[in-house]
Design a protein around this ligand. Structure first.
Ligand code: C2E
Ligand code: CA
Ligand code: CA
Ligand code: CA
Length: 275
């Protein structure tokens, strides 16, 4: 059996080598792409559940590849996290989002995703402080979205950084709530300013009896903690109606709007400026 194993290992070796080479190539490509300004942000609206009035936007990174076209973050963010490039990319996203939001006619909220890797490397607090100073954005308009994976590795260090971030006056949201292992313990450990229900629960809403109970429980949890809840991935009016009935504060999803480049946001941003 040992011989077979060794044999099969040898068989896969060239393929692994190829994979490694492809990954190194992607890593170099990403660094060049940032220099060539190929990364850009799309913005997805977030709205009050009852009225549909837009309260802010989430910045979502895209790679406008000259040959491959628009590449979505699921195709490069994991790789960028593995090779550390996400620290640089994350800083670009933060700076770009804050700069653009600071120029909007309405002082709407801007959400930016942070990777766990940004907590482990670089000086995240100093970066955020500097970007706020540089762009002049009101810190209360900036909401940093983290997943519980930020808290898994070194919780005391992560909590310390989160507290320093809050000290800058920015808000912190727990993203993808309900998909992890100890989300409740983290809610106890840190005063989050928002809970975002993962879109898998919303997607299952009218097909899976349990998801209704889970969403109800999360919204109730938010009410008990006095933390506003946002439901992600809302695509239908039926989902919106259910969430409105629960008094879930905000919704985000294709029903309100898909992520769009900055140029297309004008109608949301300057709507009643003319009056
Ligand atoms: P996320 O933070 O949970 O972002 C929400 C994702 O759900 C976005 O995918 C958005 O386009 C998608 N979405 C929103 N509404 C709907 C809907 O109604 N239906 C469906 N089917 N999908 C919807 P996107 O832009 O592809 O981003 C995927 C993930 O990549 C994000 O999930 C986030 O984890 C990560 N990501 C995106 N931008 C950044 C970034 O700048 N930094 C970091 N660290 N991660 C990012
Ligand atoms: Ca997010
Ligand atoms: Ca999310
Ligand atoms: Ca996600």
């Amino acid at each position: 059996a040992k011989e077979e194993l060794r044999g099969s290992y040898r068989f896969f070796e060239p393929e692994m080598d190829l994979q490694l080479r492809a990954r190194r190539q992607l890593q170099m490509d990403m660094r060049d792409a940032l220099k060539r300004d190929e990364f850009c942000l799309y913005y997805q609206p977030q709205a009050e559940t009852l009225t549909g009035v837009i309260s802010g936007f989430e910045a979502l990174v895209r790679w406008e590849h000259p040959k491959r076209g628009l590449i979505s973050p699921s195709d490069f963010v994991p790789e960028a996290e593995e090779n550390g490039f996400i620290v640089e990319l994350g800083e670009f996203v933060l700076r770009t989002a804050c700069k653009e939001a600071a120029s909007w006619a309405k002082p709407l909220a801007i959400s930016v995703n942070l990777s766990p890797v940004q907590f482990q490397h670089g000086d995240l607090v100093e970066t955020v402080r500097q970007v706020l100073r540089e762009t002049g954005l009101d810190p209360e308009r900036l909401e940093l979205e983290i997943t519980e994976s930020v808290l898994i590795d070194d919780i005391s260090r992560a909590l310390d950084i989160l507290k320093q971030l809050k000290g800058l006056g920015v808000l912190v949201a727990m993203d993808d709530f309900g998909t992890g292992y100890s989300s409740l313990a983290y809610l106890q450990a840190f005063p989050f300013d928002r809970i975002k229900i993962d879109r898998s629960f919303i997607a299952a809403l009218h097909e899976n009896k349990h998801s209704e109970a889970i969403i109800r429980a999360i919204v109730g949890l938010g009410r008990g903690l006095d933390v506003p809840v946002t439901a992600e991935g809302v695509e239908t009016q039926a989902q919106q109606a259910f969430l409105a009935e629960l008094d879930c504060a905000e919704i985000q999803g294709y029903l309100i709007g898909k992520p769009q480049p900055i140029g297309l946001l004008a109608p949301h941003l300057g709507g009643d400026e003319k009056k």
